[in-house]
Design a protein around this ligand. Structure first.
Ligand code: NAP
Length: 322
């Protein structure tokens, strides 16, 4: 069955925007409820995407939003809490309301974004435990009323990510040494385009019902290796100072109390669990290749201009990335 009308929660985020375009290009009619539609005007250029202002945390509004939809995709998530209880509100309570809204609207198909290492009982951080609980809730309800598929990606990279691009912008300010917490944390970064392609292929595939898919990229890195790759690519006058356990915790304690919460104790705890897949069909796009070719260059005009100039006469044009 082709699920024509899809409501995409979290469609204004990094992964959500890429997914919205991929869905619309495949002929789906995508509705994105969000808090700040004016910040997401870039989505409106596609006739298959409708952006509307809504408070999705309001149960009644949620039911109204789900009317006349054929499927739901939920990407809403947060990496840290602004106030205590936010993980529960966003990762668990919202899921309960969503299931109820699907039942009321007779929606039978739901796709959900969890995270690698999410585990209600033994997740290493509040983030991972709350993501695990929300995912379990969906699959439990799913046995009765909904066909549920969930995805558990490792860290995701791509244009406008909050990972490579964020580190790149911080590293650009660094002269001398960059104190790096949790340098030995392992991850298998997934390219957002690969992840989105998998989600899109799954929507109408009955074989994916009740499945939880771990999604990893082709390479395993330590965090330090990734940072060194960025430094090398951008030719920055900076080298990594790997922090030990206590200093890493200390850094988290300080940063979580500063505006922007660049790094929190809960993030520190998440990083203690290796973010790699044991058994998974790995995605193909390599982070090291991506960084060299496109990734970080996007957020640095000088490097981007150099890259474009060097690319003249080749088929490589980073601006063609959607
Ligand atoms: N990026 C990764 O490396 C990664 C890895 C594993 C799993 N994931 C999971 O993938 C999902 C999407 O990640 P992302 O990187 O695209 O995140 P993102 O860019 O931060 O986007 C998060 C989305 O959730 C929405 N949201 C957050 N809190 C909300 C609230 N209280 N009410 C309404 N909307 C809210 C945001 O809306 P606004 O635009 O209004 O803020 C945004 O659309 C998340 O569930 C995340 O846990 C991501």
């Amino acid at each position: 069955m082709f699920h024509k009308n899809i409501i995409l929660f979290g469609g204004s985020g990094f992964i959500g925007k890429q997914l919205a375009f991929a869905l619309a290009n495949r002929g789906h009619q995508v509705t994105i409820p969000c808090r700040h539609p004016f910040r997401n005007r870039d989505l409106k250029v596609h006739p298959g995407i409708r952006v509307i202002k809504a408070n999705v945390m309001d149960g009644i509004e949620l039911i109204q939003l789900c009317q006349d939809q054929d499927a739901v995709i939920n990407l809403i998530g947060i990496l840290h809490e602004r106030k205590k209880g936010d993980f529960r509100t966003v990762h668990i309570d919202f899921i309960k309301s969503l299931v109820s809204a699907c039942t009321r609207s007779n929606i039978k198909r739901l796709l959900h974004m969890s995270a690698l290492g999410a585990d209600q009982a033994s997740g290493g951080s509040n983030y991972l435990r709350s993501k695990g609980e929300g995912e379990n809730l969906l699959h439990t309800f799913g046995q009765k009323d909904l066909e549920v598929t969930s995805f558990q990606p490792s860290v995701v990279f791509g244009k406008n990510d909050q990972f490579i691009n964020r580190f790149a912008s911080i590293l650009r300010l660094c002269v001398g040494v960059f104190p790096l917490a949790c340098p030995q944390s392992q991850m298998a970064p997934v390219y957002v385009g690969d992840l989105v392609e998998r989600i899109v292929k799954t929507i109408d595939d009955p074989a994916s019902h009740s499945k939880r898919y771990a999604v990893c990229g082709p390479e395993i890195f330590t965090l330090q290796q990734i940072i060194e790759l960025i430094i090398k690519t951008l030719r920055l006058p900076c080298r990594v100072w790997p922090l030990g356990k206590n200093m890493s915790k200390m850094q988290a304690l300080v940063l979580q109390n500063l505006p922007g919460k660049l790094f929190t104790l809960d993030n520190y705890r998440s990083l203690q669990t290796p973010n790699i897949c044991e058994d998974a069909d790995h995605c193909s796009t390599s982070l090291s290749q991506y960084i060299q070719d496109i990734g970080v260059l996007f957020s640095n005009k000088k490097h981007y201009d150099n890259f474009r100039r060097d690319s003249v006469g080749t088929n490589r044009d980073p601006s063609s990335e959607s």
